[in-house]
Design a protein around this ligand. Structure first.
Ligand code: 13P
Length: 336
């Protein structure tokens, strides 16, 4: 592997207070998002939506890279330019989701294992040819009274490390995403406990499998109470707890930690990131790799109509700018 090159890409992903736009919703997920605006999810509708996002003027000031789904990496804009090229022409790095999704974990019906390792080296070589500079693999760890099991954490950690090593051998920077879900009724302490356990397992596997930490990005959840918990933590608490857990588990050789938003509101996701960066200097860059927390307002504003494109692009730029400010600990809040 060429570690200098991998490190250069990883550094570029977190440079200049920039973050990632996660636009890699699978066909099933984007359909659910389009359902909220009552739009049928056709190939053209998906193209129009993503082209709208990628052509937002000034996006590259705040966004260093975009995570794409396989269909989008191969798709052409209306004028025939490949969508990946629309991004690279503005200096935005195209990335690719390479996992095949979270499937039922054999023998543990409430849990998931992420699949997609079969044939991955070949797919990575093709994605590199198509211009992808980085990849993403998401493992899902759910919390309930009797889960996660050690079995679920360790099989997912093992697969994440296998994926990461394959990426690095193919010249692509892996985003390692172990997502502890915030869907449950658990409190913030339980989230911290499970997240730390998961991160220890993941970094142990990365080490065992020879993944170069300087050539990867970590995409974790924040330490936050479950959505159904009656005990919601405040912004400062989430920020403090997240930084404490990350310091315990993430070696400083990792160039950047780029959070998922996981179902937080747009404002919460920005406020949490800002409060964490206020605690700097930290051992790694802390930035964003948001899907919903960058797209929610833009999607609603667009509503599938060509006449709303400019207004929707404005929403995306606003959110990106605010999150970029949060990377510099300069977010000053916004009207309710
Ligand atoms: P959210 O920010 O909507 O959680 O999406 C980020 C992502 O890529 C999840 O895999």
């Amino acid at each position: 592997m060429n570690l200098t090159e991998l490190n250069k890409i990883a550094q570029a992903m977190v440079a200049s207070d920039k973050g990632l736009l996660a636009a890699d919703e699978s066909t099933g997920t984007i359909k659910r998002r389009f359902d909220t605006i009552k739009l049928e999810s056709t190939e053209d509708a998906r193209r129009d939506y993503r082209e709208m996002l990628f052509r937002a003027e000034g996006l590259s000031k705040y966004i260093s890279g975009v995570i794409l789904y396989d269909e989008t990496l191969r798709q052409k804009a209306k004028d025939g330019t490949r969508l990946a090229e629309v991004l690279s022409k503005q200096g935005i790095l195209p990335g690719i989701k390479v996992d095949a999704g979270a499937m039922d974990l054999p023998g543990s019906p409430k849990e998931k294992i992420t699949e997609g390792l079969d044939g991955l080296p070949k797919r990575i070589a093709e994605y590199a040819q198509l211009g992808a500079k980085f990849a993403k693999w998401r493992a899902v760890i759910d919390i309930d009274t009797d889960i996660p099991t050690a079995y679920c954490i360790h099989t997912n950690a093992h697969a994440l490390a296998r994926y990461a090593r394959i990426c690095q051998e193919g010249g692509i920077v892996p985003i390692v995403e172990p997502e502890v879900l915030m869907d449950g009724a658990h409190d913030i302490d339980r989230c911290a406990e499970v997240t730390e356990e998961t991160l220890h397992a993941v970094f142990n596997e990365l080490h065992l499998q020879g993944v170069a930490l300087e050539g990867m990005i970590l995409k974790p959840n924040m330490i936050i109470a479950g959505k159904k918990s009656a005990k919601q933590a405040g912004v400062q608490d989430v920020a403090d707890r997240t930084v404490i857990s990350l310091k315990r588990c993430v070696p400083s050789a990792v160039p950047g930690i780029m959070f998922l938003s996981g179902g937080q509101s747009e404002k919460d996701a920005t406020a949490h990131l800002n409060a964490m960066n206020k605690q700097g200097p930290l051992p790694w860059k802390l930035s964003y790799s948001y899907g919903r927390a960058l797209q929610d307002s833009a999607l609603k504003t667009w509503a599938g109509k060509a006449e709303n494109v400019a207004a929707a692009q404005k929403r995306l730029i606003e959110r990106s700018q605010l999150n970029s400010a949060a990377c510099a600990a300069k977010y000053t809040g916004e009207a309710a």
